[in-house]
Structures are given as C-alpha cells and as structure tokens.
Write a protein that binds this ligand. Structure first.
Ligand code: BG6
Length: 521
C-alpha cells in the first residue's frame, strides 16, 4: 500500500497477487446473439467524439463479430464530405488504435456512408431521412435506427426535434422498425433546464426510445459492483451503517481541460463528473438489492438512493464541500500550465476543476454514514476507486502489545488503473513476538480471462442495439440528482466570496490541502 506525504487518502495501486483461481468459463458470457439489423445515424460525424469513441467502438464490435448483419453507419454533419472522405477520416481514427486490422478495415469501411446535414433546415433532415430510407432498401436494415447525437449539448433540442419532424423518430408497429436516440451528458445544466430538455425530447421520442449514455456505467468493473454485492452472501450483511464507517469514491484524473475549454468553462467539475459518473458510482455502492437483475428494477433502486440525499444547508456549505482549481505544476514529469492559462480559458475563471463532497443518505441502511466523493483534474495520478472503510474492532485485546490502534478493514473496488478488488485485514507477523501487520487479499478482475474485452462505448452501443436501458440514465434519476445538486451549484456560483471558496492546488498533487479537514470532520 502506498502512502505519500501529501496524499490525503490511501490509494491501493500495487501489483496484486491471486494465489488460486480457476480458469473462467467465459464462453456463455461472450456469445450474445446479434442484434437486429440496424442503421446508426451519427449526427455530428465530423466531430471529435465520433472519431475518438463512436466509430472506433463500432469498428471493434465489427472485428469481434458483434455488429448486426446487415448494419449501416450513416454519418452526417455540417461539413460537406463524400463517403470516401468520411471513410478516410475514420480510417485514421480507427487504425490509429489498432494498426493490425487493415484487412478488417476494408470490409468495415463499406458500412460507412456520409451525407451533409444543415442543422437549421428541416429540408436537410428530410433529405437525411430519404437517404436513410434508400440505404435501408439497399442494405436491408429494416427501418431500425439508432440516432446518435454526437453534437454539443446546445444542439440536442433542435437536432432531436428536426429528426422527429423528418419522421426519423417514428416507430412502426409489429416489428416494422424501431428508433432510438442516444444523447450524451450533460442532460441540462440544472434542474429546470434538465426538465425542459426532457420535455422537448418527449415531443418526438418516448422514454423507451431515449438512451442517456454514461460511459462509467458500461465499464466492466462498475458493472461488477452489483455482482460483487448481490451474488455473494458474505458481504451484504456487513454492507450498512453497523459495520461501515465511511465510503470514499475517488475519480482522479491527470489530464487537464485539454481542448475542451468552451465546454468546461460552462460546466466545471460538479456538472462534468458529479452530476453523472460520481452519482452512478454512489448509487451502485449504496442501493438496495433489486428483486431481479432487470433494467427498470435496477434503475428504480438507484432512484431511491437519490431520493434519500440529505440536502446541503447553504449556510454551512464549507462543511460539506471543498472546491478547487489547478495551478501550474508537474504531471508525469512534464510542466503543465495553470487552468487559467489553458487555451481559451478565462484568465479570471472561477470554474472548479476539483471537488470533494461529503454526502449523507437519510435512509435505514446508511443513516449517519458519510460518503465522500472526490474528483479532480490534473491530480497526481489517474485513479478511480471506491473505498469501503469498515469500523474498527470494538475492543483490542492486543492493546498491551501494540503501540498503535489496529487498522480497520478496508475494501477497495478498483476501477482504474487496476481493475481489482482488494481487502485489507490484519494478520500476525511471523516471529516469536506478537506483532500485527496489514495485508491485502486481492482479486484481479482479468486474471484467468482470455476473451476479448469490450470498452465502455462498445458495451453501451451494443445495449442500445438490443434496446436494453439498464446502463443508461432514466429521467427521474437525472432529475433527483439535479434536485440535490442545483442548490449547491447555485450557492457556489452566487455567493459573494466565490473566489475565496475556490482553493488553489498545484497540478500533480492530490488537490487542495483544505479537503483533508472534510474527511476528518
Ligand atoms: C467525461 C468527462 O465524461 O469523463 C471528462 O467529460 C472526463 O472530463 C472523463 O475526463 C473521464 O472518463 P474516464 O473514463 O477517463 O475516467
């Protein structure tokens, strides 16, 4: 276990050891049926998200024979491109990550098509619908469509409405063609705008057609949280206020704002990471067992968690929340600039790039147990972990031989970089004298696994093709989270001493020193 001087929480990143483990029988987990033939219409196909995530993930699904057959990918955006130009752009994006699959690329590229879309003109969407209809007929995709909005959030409403007006949201009865829309977070920027966005989406799409993607949910080890908790009898009896002292959920990043200042200056860490990813990790850790592993039942239980948030009192915000902004520093051996010196960031920006929050859930299981949520950019290491800190033993019979208190058990659910589960407990050190030592029992998630892994976007795209919404946000969950966060954001953003609240920290550290107090308070 590593502990750095300036590191306020312990992080477990050592190479773990598993002594015995059977080779897994992976076949049944890998052989999903293929989804119905479909067309994936990517709106915003000339942009960054399409090239970085969407098309490379579709390519990997194709390589692993998971894409429906037939399948057509129709890109559209304001930029005028021919099919071949679009293919060339995507080739660079796909083969960049995997140069070995050139021959597979030749086959995959035939699925890619492109048409120009003027976002403001209905006639242009009608042309898109016509083009899609022609491709349907040519390739046999049966009128099934995924509409992926890979555009800035400011375009969600107008894009969705125009797609609807052009008939692309319409589903035909009796398996005559389904239509699903994928939108990326942020789903609004507060409660009011989230409700407004949803209302507009529902003018053309029903809830079963709306897939609000959160890539954290589709990460393997995030999905494993439910399995770990509810497929084992031994942990659940301990998973409550009687045995757990606190929970700490950490999503630390080394990257800064990169080229996304336009977006980040409007969002900051609370909207970018807390309203979505952190809330999902919290829900999976804290929820009650659903009666069945089924989309609506799982999502019902998550919403119940959000309903039990204890609201923050605006006059004692500092007892529950620390926000910070990175200054210049060293990350990975390289000098990096302060947030305010980043490209296109306001030199007086008060946008937080770090936050730590102490949250309470007022329900039977968790009453009085703090959940700490920490996330920030330009921190010392990229790390995503959930720490379950158990209570200390009620009475130490070793008090005469030990100088210190016995360290309480800690369970770490590692999501990144080590996908592992690690339990810390006490043993006797070998030797004549009675000494204790803390050891880890570790499980490496991929140990013994030889199949092909799916990244989070592949999993989310596949689930959407199958119409499974379990790993997507439901609107009531979105609204509950905004109900909790909106007053906090308003207090942070409107208070007179906003600048004073924002704690500076050097890039490459673990964040502002002030938040150590939060964990100890
Ligand atoms: C995104 C945020 O949703 O998640 C980014 O917008 C953040 O700011 C990213 O960097 C982190 O995702 P991951 O999978 O790298 O932890």
């Amino acid at each position: 276990m590593e502990k750095q001087d300036d590191q306020p929480y312990r992080v477990e990143t050592q190479q773990a050891t598993v002594t015995t483990m059977e080779r897994m029988n992976i076949e049944p987990c890998m052989s999903l049926d293929r989804a119905d033939p479909c067309m994936i219409i990517i709106v915003g196909a000339s942009g960054d998200l399409t090239a970085r995530k969407v098309v490379p993930s579709l390519f990997r699904l194709f390589i692993n024979k998971k894409l429906p057959d037939p399948c057509v990918i129709l890109g559209c955006a304001r930029t005028g491109l021919s099919d071949d130009e679009f293919r060339n752009r995507m080739k660079a994006a796909c083969l960049d990550s995997d140069k070995t699959n050139v021959s597979m690329w030749q086959q995959f590229s035939k699925l890619l098509h492109y048409t120009r879309l003027d976002y403001e003109t209905l006639a242009s969407y009608q042309n898109l619908a016509k083009h899609a209809g022609n491709l349907d007929t040519e390739f046999g995709t049966r009128g099934n469509r995924i509409l992926y909005l890979a555009v800035p959030p400011s375009l969600y409403v107008s894009n969705a409405e125009m797609l609807g007006q052009a008939g692309l949201a319409t589903e035909r009865q009796n398996h005559g063609g389904w239509s699903r829309i994928i939108i990326e977070k942020p789903f609004g920027r507060d409660l009011t705008s989230a409700i407004a966005l949803d209302k507009r989406l529902h003018e053309y799409f029903s809830e079963h057609q709306i897939f609000r993607i959160d890539h954290y949910l589709a990460k393997e080890t995030v999905q494993n949280i439910l399995t770990f908790r509810f497929a084992n009898a031994i942990f659940e009896p301990l998973w409550n206020r009687n045995f757990i002292d606190h929970v700490h959920i950490i999503a630390a990043e080394t990257v800064g704002v990169e080229h996304r200042a336009g977006y980040y200056e409007q969002t900051g860490v609370l909207r970018d990471m807390f309203q979505n990813h952190m809330m999902q990790l919290l829900a999976l850790t804290a929820m009650e067992p659903p009666s069945l592993f089924e989309s609506e039942r799982v999502r019902d239980e998550k919403v119940k968690v959000y309903r039990s948030f204890r609201p923050f009192l605006s006059d004692s915000l500092q007892d529950y929340l620390v926000v910070g902004q990175y200054g210049a520093g060293m990350v990975g051996g390289k000098r990096v600039p302060a947030y305010r010196d980043e490209y296109k960031v306001d030199p007086d920006s008060l946008i937080p790039t770090f936050a730590m929050m102490k949250v309470f859930l007022d329900n039977w299981r968790w009453k009085g147990i703090p959940f700490y949520l920490t996330s920030g950019k330009r921190l010392a290491r990229k790390l995503t972990q959930i720490h379950i800190q158990f209570k200390e033993v009620p009475h130490s019979l070793f008090r005469q031989t030990l100088q210190e208190d016995i360290l309480a058990n800690r369970l770490v659910l590692g999501i990144y970089p080590d996908e592992e589960i690690s339990l810390t407990f006490q043993t006797k050190s070998p030797g004549a004298k009675m000494c204790l030592r803390s050891v880890n029992m570790d499980f490496l998630y991929h140990k013994g696994f030889s199949g092909t892994e799916k990244n989070a976007y592949e999993k989310a795209l596949l689930d959407c093709m199958f119409g499974d919404q379990m790993l997507f946000w439901r609107q009531d969950g979105v609204e509950q989270c905004w109900s909790f966060l909106t007053p906090i954001l308003e207090s942070c953003e409107t208070c007179g001493d906003r600048a004073k609240m924002l704690m500076p920290y050097n890039a490459g550290t673990w964040g502002p020193k002030a938040f150590i107090n939060l964990e100890n308070s």
